[in-house]
Design a protein. Sequence first.
Length: 155
Amino acid sequence: MAIVTGQDILAADVNARSAGHITILLHNYDSIGQGTWVYAQDSPTMFNGIFYPSSAANLDNITYKAFLAVGTYTIRLVCSTNTANGIIDFDIDAVEVASFDTYAGSLIKNVIFTQTGIVVATGGLKSIKMRADGKNGSSSGFTINPIILGLWRTV
């Protein structure tokens, strides 16, 4: 059994000021806001599967919880793009921080989308929401096929 003291908490706070990395496996969610989210095996993709809303409706969303220290972050999403794919937005505590258009003229797997310069002004347990939010004018639908999400603290 470990005993946590004020010294340990202070040390954790100091360590939180350095750069860090969080990987979120998308099936480890806190809550589903809209949509029927399912896991599908897909061997050519990273981790051999995707966790996605089979409902493929605009505004399908899912929320994750993660502790983020004060700082500036980069968010990176790996997903598939295709002709019926929509736009994926990310919110941290109800503020939109990233938007990725996942439409493509054909199926492409393991596409990496990156958004830098995301500022977290107050540290703590954060709600990170991923949602389908509209679509490219050339897309035939709102499908989103996320594979994995990462956040890097850069400053």
